[in-house]
Design a protein around this ligand. Structure first.
Ligand code: G2I
Length: 444
């Protein structure tokens, strides 16, 4: 994976400041403040939110509401704001269950993601039977009425959900809404903006996590087109429903960063990962790290609280077990949120004076289930010595564009230039520890 301009410039800014006052800079990934003990508090340290889907029918369950109050600061109605729930009969709106969730959240100072205004699925029967201009008008009326009703109360709306086909076609999904004309999506976004100008407007989809997939590319081109023509879109939601057949891709960070570079926020909107134990925990860790490494990744929402609350409870895909106990996946997410490796950037520590000085900037590369790549860029001199320190039980198993030597523990690598410029890289077997290596630079 290439170095991303954003992550490099972010870290470089911090390190340059240090380089100006001390000869050499040491970068360490450390929390900006003391470690927080809940998901929401930990996410807030980097200006992000941590949310969950909520079902109105569970608001009477005190274990459920206890975890909800404690851990989350963003709420999505799992089903209650869908078209079939809010407009069961044409032009007769029904907000009882949706309001229960919105009020529960807002009374506790939590924000709300609205889900979803226009979708081929979960349409009320009357709408399923419509086509053509009558359907287009009914859809726009729905968007306008629901977004107006909740005007001022919604942080972000999933305006359009799941409008692209799976597989290699890159085409729009064939649906009654699509058959009203290819411009139905932008029409929905314009109607939503008019109805609630304060809400962020998102396009939301699944199977858009892998940068090389046709569906991801197709959504990217739509967002690029919308931005170029001034169609009001503010964010892209990545549902992130993973399992062994659809694992967290190693290029997830690339996907999120590339969308963010279009000038939209990105959000992980329905996260769940089937599995258990450390395997599941590592995948949750990778997703959280990918979001934390993209400054416009503004938050993560998991699709339910306990495994038993999940739409696919058989896969035990969530952060709390059936009894409400924290799972290993919970701890791995909390630790990444607390690590501060995100938009606030790594914090810095000083180092020995060294006239001229240099800075070393770490940037994460590709990730696999058992290992990850790291890249280091050096500025300030061509005559550098960079120290890379990994944490036990990590092991560096390969390097490129540098001549390495090692200390007796094998945890500390001393890297010198090998004539190929000021960028080098290495592969770390993580052995269950995904902590970023620390890098420091001195002039030889
Ligand atoms: O399918 C997972 C998610 C994919 N992205 C969009 C999300 O909106 C979707 O959520 C799921 C809910 O988690 C399920 O709870 O969407 C399903 C379909 O809307 C929801 O399932 C529905 C069942 O189809 C209904 O039979 C049931 O009455 O849940 C309802 C309430 O339990």
């Amino acid at each position: 994976m290439k170095l991303t301009a954003k992550s490099v410039s972010r870290v470089a800014l911090v390190s340059t400041l240090v380089a100006a006052t001390a000869g050499a800079a040491v970068l360490v990934a450390a929390p900006a403040s003391g470690a927080a003990s809940t998901l929401a508090a930990a996410a807030q340290q980097s200006g992000r939110y941590f949310g969950t889907a909520v079902a109105a029918g569970r608001l009477g369950d005190s274990t459920y509401t206890g975890i909800l109050s404690r851990e989350f600061d963003m709420v999505t109605a799992e089903n209650e704001m869908k078209m079939d729930a809010t407009e069961p009969n044409q032009n007769q709106f029904s907000y009882g269950n949706a309001d229960r969730i919105v009020n529960h959240a807002r009374n506790q100072g939590k924000r709300v993601r609205g889900h979803a205004l226009a979708w081929h699925s979960q349409q009320p029967g009357w709408m399923q039977r419509m086509e053509g201009s009558a359907l287009r008008q009914a859809m726009l009326n729905h968007v306008t009425k629901v977004a107006s009703y909740y005007r001022g109360k919604i942080y972000a709306w999933d305006v359009v959900n799941e409008a692209f086909e799976d597989g290699s076609s890159g085409a729009r999904r064939n649906s009654n809404l699509q058959r009203t004309g290819n411009d139905w999506i932008e029409a929905a976004f314009r109607a939503a903006r008019a109805a609630d100008p304060g809400a962020k407007l998102c396009y939301n989809d699944y199977n858009t996590d892998n940068w090389s997939h046709a569906k991801t590319q197709a959504v990217y081109r739509m967002v690029q087109d919308f931005k170029s023509r001034g169609v009001p879109i503010d964010c892209v939601g990545f549902q992130a429903h993973f399992n062994s057949g659809n694992p967290v891709p190693s290029n997830y960070h690339t996907t999120l960063q590339n969308f963010a570079n279009l000038g939209v926020d990105v959000q992980i909107t329905e996260l769940d990962i089937e599995g258990s134990g450390s395997t599941q925990a590592q995948q949750y860790q990778g997703v959280t790290q990918a979001c934390m490494a993209v400054s416009r990744c503004t938050g993560i929402t998991v699709w339910g609280i306990r495994d038993s609350d999940s739409w696919r409870s058989y896969g035990t895909p969530l952060l709390f077990d059936n009894y409400g106990n924290k799972k290993a996946a919970y701890t791995s997410v909390l630790n990444v949120l607390n690590s501060g490796t995100g938009s606030t950037g790594p914090t810095t520590t000083s180092s020995s004076p060294n006239p001229g000085g240099c800075t070393a900037t770490y940037s994460e590369g590709e990730k696999w289930s058992d290992r990850f790549n790291g890249n280091v860029t050096v500025t300030g001199t061509n005559n550098w010595i960079v120290t890379v320190t990994v944490s036990t039980p990590q092991k560096i198993i390969a390097t490129w564009n540098t001549s390495p030597s090692w200390d007796s523990t094998g945890n500390v690598m001393t890297a010198r230039p090998n004539g190929n410029g000021n960028t080098f890289g290495f592969t770390v077997m993580h052995n269950g520890n995904w902590t970023w290596p620390t890098v420091s630079c001195r002039v030889a």
